[in-house]
Design a protein around this ligand. Sequence first.
Ligand code: NAP
Ligand code: MG
Length: 502
Amino acid sequence: MAAHIPATRQEWHDRAVNYPFEPRLFIDGELVDAIDGGRFESVNPATGDTIATLAEGNEKDVERAVAAARRAFEAGVWSRIAPRMRMDILLKFADLVEGRAVDFALLDSLEMGKPVSSMMGFDVPSAVANLRFAAEAIDKMEGAVTNTHPDVLHYILRQPLGVVSLIVPWNYPMMMAAWKLGPALAMGNCVIVKPAQQSSMSAVLLARLFAEAGGPAGVFSAVPGSGAVAGQALARHMDVDKIGFTGSAPVGGLMMRYAGESNLKHVTTECGGKSPQVVLADCDLDTAVEMAVHGVYSNQGEVCAAGSRIMVEEPIVDTFLERFQARTVALYAPGDPLDPATSMGPLVDERQHRTVSGYVEAGKAEGARLAFGGGVPAGMEGGYYLEPTLFADVRNDMKIAAEEIFGPVGAVLPIRDMEEGIVLANDSIFGLGASVWTKDLARAHRFARDVESGMVWVNTYFDQDPTAPWGGVKQSGNGRDKCMEALSHYSQTKSVWMSLGG
Ligand code: NAP
Ligand code: MG
């Protein structure tokens, strides 16, 4: 029987009241308390109320999870079973995740403030699609026989890395975990997920569902805990073979350092951005405005690929600003995340609210013009809400154009032409996404070729698919989620020589 999907705000709230929140860690196939009894509070950013008190893993719990993962890996219960058996379990896992969409929506919405409608319409479907893609790819990842000397046979085996730790952020909690779990598990690794502390519960539910799907004990553990303690213990662990990281660039840098100071484990990073949207005068302006609004404000602006640097050709700046404001008012009103009609929730926590508000002040102080927003929406002082905000007359060297804000704050920079747009776009430490809006195909192709960015959108924004690489260049990171490339990142080749000589 299909699970009932709450249809109204009241029904979602009814579901949240008395919800059986699971406070424990999931290690080696079972729910366990933290060895030292550590606890932390999960806070609902829409209200400031405590949702649940959760077990906080530390080095000892990490040790237990890594040991279990190593045991499972070496026993071959996952790494050496027939690829199609792994596929069956992963497909079943994807089905179970899909079946529990309402639970995932509740957990992530309550913990980090994302609207339930976003969870039901995007995060959960994307997580499921990517898990299925990775499962289906299991028996398509092949080794090779190479063309060497006739007296030898040389072949390449593709093998799992071993124990992989996935350290993920809070902005798309279950979806980011799933994007990485799919390829890591598909290739036969054993994984330990360390979710962000602001959004821990969905990772534990994922691990439980994997076990329910028939995943052997130790293959997938989830250890909520702080980054500085549990995260660092994983990243420095001598028996962890890889860190798959999504988060901020500074912490991505720490991952590389920890790897360098321990066992040279593999590290792939998916970090932040300050993605440019270049709007040229010949474009379809209504569509450009619509997508630019989503690019800045969807998920409260807490999106790694948020198109937060909007460069607009000078002749159309005023019209652009006018329409942008009108569409923002129509599309993004902060509200209760549990109301299916809400498109914008609060920021994830008090600290993030302070950080983002600090950027608003910095924008004003540096002489940018506050076009709209910047304050706490009236009547919503109980949560960590911020109005959708836009600055005009921004220069690329201002703090609000150079740094990732990770909140609903856009910056509009006037440009003379596309060439100036490309120069400014590339004058950034980041390079995650970029878009150009134009009807001129040659200009669009030149932009796509010359912009320093892992992903480029032409006359659209945010499109994505399991087949398409997701990742950046420069300090936006070196990894690629999704697509066949991600499966390569969670495996390694072995070169085998057989003498055929007499
Ligand atoms: P973050 O502060 O870098 O944290 C990411 C993860 O790292 C969390 O699980 C965190 O745990 C952990 N961590 C923090 N310090 C650590 C340490 N010293 N050792 C080991 N682990 C540590 O990022 P966030 O604030 O959660 O997420 C926002 C960032 O993620 C933004 O920069 C955003 O652009 C980026 N992001 C990138 C992508 C992409 O695909 N490129 C996607 C989504 C988000 P705690 O929660 O305990 O701090
Ligand atoms: Mg929270």
